[in-house]
Design a protein around this ligand. Sequence first.
Ligand code: SF4
Length: 357
Amino acid sequence: MYHRTQTRPVRVGNLTIGGSNKVIIQSMTTTKTADVQATVAEIHRLEEAGCELVRVTVNNLEAAEAIKEIKRQIHIPLVADIHFDHRLALKAIENGIDKVRINPGNIGKRDRVEAVVKACKERGIPIRIGVNAGSLERHILEKYGYPTAQGMLESALHHIRILEELDFHDIIVSMKASDVPLAIEAYRLAAESFNYPLHLGITESGTLYSGTIKSAAGLGTLLSMGIGNTIRVSLSADPVEEVKVARELLKTFHLISNAPTLVSCPTCGRIDIDLIAIANEVEAYLQNIKAPIKVSVLGCAVNGPGEAREADIGIAGARGEGLLFRKGKVVRKIPEAELVSELKKEIDRMAKRYQET
Ligand code: SF4
């Protein structure tokens, strides 16, 4: 199955989700949306980390009103997360939102759905249908007894049908569950059933540690199956961590073009330098590098040169010093105290060259 490139391209601000476009990284703010200053500050941190699309909750009129000013101060498209209240959707649209997350089947009377769809159509704004295993419609739960992938698909098709009947097709769909096998199955069924772009997420996945593992297992499986056009990692943590995890995941599947990768060894009895501290420092440094450089940090020269051959640049430790490698070839010896700073200089040079080409 390779669903990703066969999806309908859907415009969101200056981005396109779906078709042959790259997988978009998104996150959600944790601030009160009406607090413009705090929300903008968080969005700027997310942008800096590599977030390409950001969602804010629009749970009251103040939040919907704040969108106008937030939009003025940020650089990436903004999504309004709305539950049930079509007036908030209309206000968010009026204030320049780029995408609305709302389930049309939950809005209520037909004229309310029509009003939201009409406003979205007029401004070229897409709608994300968010199916969540934890909030399936009562009739679906009664039919299946508990949340199932089939039930989630039924829910998605129900909401899609409402929009299609109004000749609205700028749709993105998510099929979230906190249970990883359930989410995988639901997304798989969705990919088999329609060609709207899929927003991947394992909802309420947990803390930075356990949530990262669950997200990697679930989203990684789907990405490797060719499913998913945009990705949001949900963690009980600073949302910047969500973006970092999402970038790492996309890198793993070669779905991101401007991110460096780090190869580091697990260390063993051969080691003579403080490799773990060095690897962590280099990893933190690479967070801000926007170039596809492969960096290797290895504990010794026994396996070092061979293992580092595929890397653009790397170091291998020795007693009190290290060897600097480029493409597996030793360039020079460096005292341990200067290893990291010299490696950073080399990384900067490579990143600069990449940006100039
Ligand atoms: Fe051990 Fe050297 Fe391999 Fe690191 S690179 S795990 S120190 S043999």
